[in-house]
Design a protein around this ligand. Structure first.
Ligand code: A2P
Length: 267
């Protein structure tokens, strides 16, 4: 669980989504996953030159202190953790502390990340402040429609991480995406970004490249025609890329023995 996003209102681009709290979240943010030593320069470029007002960060990336997955690991746990390094996750206790941050005006919004329907239902059964944002992997290769629907039903805004695909599923080089981009005279990244925005999600593409940081936010003022949107919305081979296996699964010792365990056996 994490405070998923940082937003400011001053200088906010017009293009933003309303949150349950009444605040707004800019539709495009900068992902900093694996940006490492380039993070500072990338964030500076994004804010000063490209107009970003939404930066995504987490302790795991070495760029901010948070808790990142909805699990409780012992400090200094191995990767993946050993059996005795996976502790009971006190979801209610953590959420109560996060709610306190809102009540004490220390943060404006609180959110969740890498959640399942099961975990969301549990959270909503006791939350007195609902999460404003749920962040999860989302791109045409992993639409994650069930979670998107569950969030929409509860008024929770969704932020798509890895909106350009990632690793094994590099959608920038996907033939269908490239064909659409050529037809529309846009880049593949801009096509993918607009697909995310048209689904009502904000998106946080990671880049440490100045030109690409700027390119990725130039996605307003035009829409993907319905026919192209539908092509991207029906790609086969739906699969998570960032499934947490390397981080959390310990096949021999457990307690998380498979990717399915991480995601509560939901698809
Ligand atoms: P770069 O940082 O060199 O721009 P991730 O796999 O972490 O989700 O990261 C997205 C990948 O897409 C990164 O390798 C990033 O590389 C690349 N990328 C980001 N924006 C663009 C773009 N507009 N065109 C092509 N590649 C991009």
């Amino acid at each position: 669980m994490a405070i998923a996003t940082f937003t400011t209102v001053e200088g906010l681009k017009d293009e933003s989504f309303k949150l349950l709290s009444g605040h707004s979240i800019p539709a495009v943010g900068l992902g900093t996953w694996q940006s490492a030593s380039k993070a500072f320069q990338s964030v500076k470029t994004a804010i000063v030159e490209a107009g970003y007002r939404h930066i995504d960060a987490a302790q795991e990336y070495g760029v901010q202190e948070e808790i990142h997955w909805p699990f409780h690991l012992k400090d200094g746990a191995h990767v993946p953790p050993r059996a005795d390094e996976v502790l009971e996750f006190d979801m209610e206790g953590v959420w109560r502390e996060m709610e306190k941050l809102v009540r004490d005006n220390l943060v404006r919004d609180i959110g969740i990340c890498n959640y399942t329907n099961k975990k969301l239902d549990k959270l909503l059964s006791f939350a007195t402040i609902k999460p404003s944002v749920c962040q999860m992997e989302m791109h045409p290769g992993w639409r994650n429609d069930k979670m998107l629907e569950a969030c929409k039903k509860n008024g929770i805004h969704v932020t798509a991480h890895s909106p350009l695909g990632s690793g094994k599923r590099d959608l920038i080089r996907d033939e269908r995406v490239q064909t659409i981009a050529t037809k529309l005279n846009r880049t593949p990244a801009q096509v993918l970004m607009n697909w995310a925005l048209q689904r009502g999600t904000s998106a946080i593409p990671k880049s440490t490249n100045e030109e690409r940081i700027k390119q990725n936010i130039q996605v307003f003022g035009w829409d993907l025609p319905q026919e192209h949107f539908l092509i991207l919305n029906t790609l086969p081979d739906q699969k998570r890329v960032l499934d947490g296996e390397n981080l959390l699964v310990n096949k021999s010792e457990g307690p998380i023995r498979s990717v399915a365990d991480i995601w509560d056996h939901e698809d």
